[in-house]
Design a protein. Structure first.
Lengths: 230, 112
């Protein structure tokens, strides 16, 4: 049986099928936890555990899908170019907001994790939690974090921002749509940006750009910030 | 479409090459992201040459990180010890990031 799992085709095909089903389910039930990524991850983990298949065997195929995150990051540069025109008038307040917000994200998550006695590899994995998964993975690897924790938390943060972001912001007095878009993109990357798009095209553009800028910023400064803690 | 995919991979290879040759401590795909933006801005390449591929890559981005999410299952032991610290620090930090970013832009945006 094991020879079947160890074919790259197994991991790839299984991921595609599960993801397809998860998309159908998430379209049917507009409930936040019915996010296609969350549903796919949970179902695949359950399947592997029930049938006693090692993650390493699944990942023989899975890694091919993960590899495609490289071209995704390059594609973000194209997205950045497209959205740039739309926010030109606010470029200085916008970049300042993303820079300060993005820096606060790394500093606050690390400080709180230190206070709560998390281990060093865990703290290193949490530092890039607000940036888009492909960039967060690169950062986690480069600062000796654990890429799987980084990926898991990035997805969790995205879902959290998507589900509760706008409500939290409105309750804290942030009602401007562009500000909501930028905040969602900075704190909750692509999954947050998806929610910003529901608020409108312009908030969506602010979210997408905020995601790109914060990804770049976090990639550059995280290695320096993490040195403050260890 | 094929040409667009080729362009995206060309910039990815270029980014990796730059990182390898200059030993800069940043990921090659990020260098690719910056250089493709500059190339578009300087009109070295046209948006319509790359957009068909980049739109598709971004559309299916979430599918590509499913395997990394599944990787969490190998970390069962670490998560069992540290889950509280992870959850608390992440939630507080995310709310703080949302608020600070939103507040600054709302205060200083130019168009009211």
């Amino acid at each position: 049986m094991r020879e079947i799992y160890q074919q790259p085709l197994f991991g790839i095909f299984m991921t595609l099928v599960v993801f397809y089903l998860a998309q159908i389910i998430s379209r049917k039930w507009k409930f936040v936890l019915c996010n296609p990524v969350l549903l796919s991850v949970v179902s695949i983990i359950c399947f592997l555990v029930v049938f006693k298949i090692d993650f390493e065997d699944y990942n023989i195929g899975g890694q091919y899908l993960g590899f495609l995150l490289g071209p995704v990051v390059v594609s973000l540069g194209v997205l950045f170019y497209e959205k740039y025109e739309q926010i030109k008038e606010n470029i200085i307040p916008f970049t300042s907001a993303v820079f300060i917000g993005g820096t606060m994200s790394i500093l606050s998550v690390c400080s709180i994790a230190v206070v709560l006695n998390a281990s060093e590899p865990v703290i290193r994995s949490l530092a890039p939690k607000s940036v888009t998964t492909p960039i967060a993975l690169e950062i986690a690897i480069s600062i000796n974090g654990i890429p799987y924790i980084a990926a898991g938390m990035v997805i969790a943060v995205g879902i959290f921002g998507n589900a509760f972001g706008p409500t939290i912001l409105r309750n804290l007095g942030i009602r401007d749509k562009k500000a909501i878009g930028a905040a969602l993109g900075t704190a909750a990357h692509g999954i947050g940006t998806a929610r910003a798009l529901e608020e409108g095209k312009l908030p969506g553009a602010y979210g997408g750009l905020a995601m790109c800028i914060n990804g770049l910023l976090t990639a550059i400064i995280t290695p320096y910030i993490i040195k403050l803690f260890f | 479409m094929f040409k667009a995919v080729l362009y995206i991979f060309l910039f990815l290879v270029f980014g990796e090459l730059i990182v390898y040759l200059l030993h800069i401590p940043i990921a090659g795909n990020l260098v690719g992201m910056i250089t493709i933006f500059i190339a578009l801005k300087l009109k070295v390449i046209k948006l319509k040459d790359v957009k068909p591929a980049s739109d598709q890559f971004i559309k299916y981005m979430v599918l590509f990180f499913v395997p990394y999410g599944v990787g969490l299952m190998t970390l069962h032991d670490i998560l069992k010890i540290h889950w509280l610290a992870i959850v608390v620090s992440t939630i507080i930090s995310t709310v703080l990031t949302l608020y600070i970013t939103g507040l600054i832009l709302q205060k200083f945006r130019k168009d009211a």
